[in-house]
Design a protein around this ligand. Structure first.
Ligand code: DX5
Ligand code: ZN
Length: 224
């Protein structure tokens, strides 16, 4: 079997927002594969972050994929705005959509790749009947709303099961993990089947972004 492609997606939630443009440029120069963009509404999750204007502002700073994680309810209205602002991937939570299949269609019609984000207590069965339309499955390994939380180890079993479903389907779907990922646990998480790793505090909270990302890549090399 060919070696899997691993992607590291720093979450700007833990960046210094007073100098966000520089932070994005620095993390891209340090080897980030994608920029993870957490959108929170103080309604679906108890925190409030940034919207399409900020996405639009960082778009010219990088050719990397902008991976928008919507933690907002309702979700549909804001999707075209993010597509226009330069998002490449848009993920949402099934609990935040009245019609999951329609929301996936809306993301695709807006020209973006579509992801479904599953909270720690959201069962994998919510992928039934929609997995074949997805480009990404996001397994939350913390409850959404804040950076800097501890990885919930039950997510490993969920990743293994999600990996199996994706492999059985045989479609190129990214399996992303979000929450509490660091250089110390990333290899075990990759072994459970994830190929795309969001890391906020582990990268932006470190002194040297390049060194931290290379430690993560070194750990991933041991997985193959
Ligand atoms: C949590 C966000 C995460 C968060 C991860 O709701 O979706 O993307 O930024 O932060 P860390 O890596 O610090 O757990
Ligand atoms: Zn996120």
């Amino acid at each position: 079997m060919a070696a899997r492609t691993f992607r590291i997606a720093p979450s700007i939630l833990s960046a210094n927002f007073a100098r966000l443009g520089d932070e994005v440029a620095e993390v891209v120069a340090a080897g980030a594969d994608m920029i993870h963009f957490d959108v929170m509404d103080n309604h679906y999750v108890p925190n409030l972050t940034v919207g399409p204007v900020v996405c639009e502002a960082i778009r010219p700073l990088t050719e990397s994929v902008i991976d928008v994680h919507l933690m907002v309810r309702p979700v549909d209205r804001i999707i075209p705005d993010f597509a226009r602002a330069g998002a490449n991937i848009i993920s949402f939570h099934p609990e935040a959509s009245e019609h999951v299949d329609r929301t996936v269609g809306l993301i695709h019609d807006s020209g973006c790749k579509a992801g479904l984000a599953l909270n720690p207590a959201t069962p994998l069965s919510c992928l039934d009947h929609v997995l074949h339309k997805l480009d990404l499955v996001l397994i939350m390994s913390v409850n959404p709303g804040f950076g800097g939380q501890q990885f919930i180890s039950h997510a490993l079993e969920k990743l293994r099961n999600a990996r199996r479903k994706i492999d059985d389907l045989g479609r190129a779907i990214m399996l992303e993990v979000d929450g509490g990922v660091n250089a110390g646990n990333i290899a075990g998480i990759a072994r459970a089947g994830a190929d795309t790793f969001v890391a906020g505090s582990a990268i932006f909270g470190s002194k040297d972004y390049r060194a931290t990302i290379s430690q993560m890549r070194d750990a991933l090399r041991s997985v193959g």
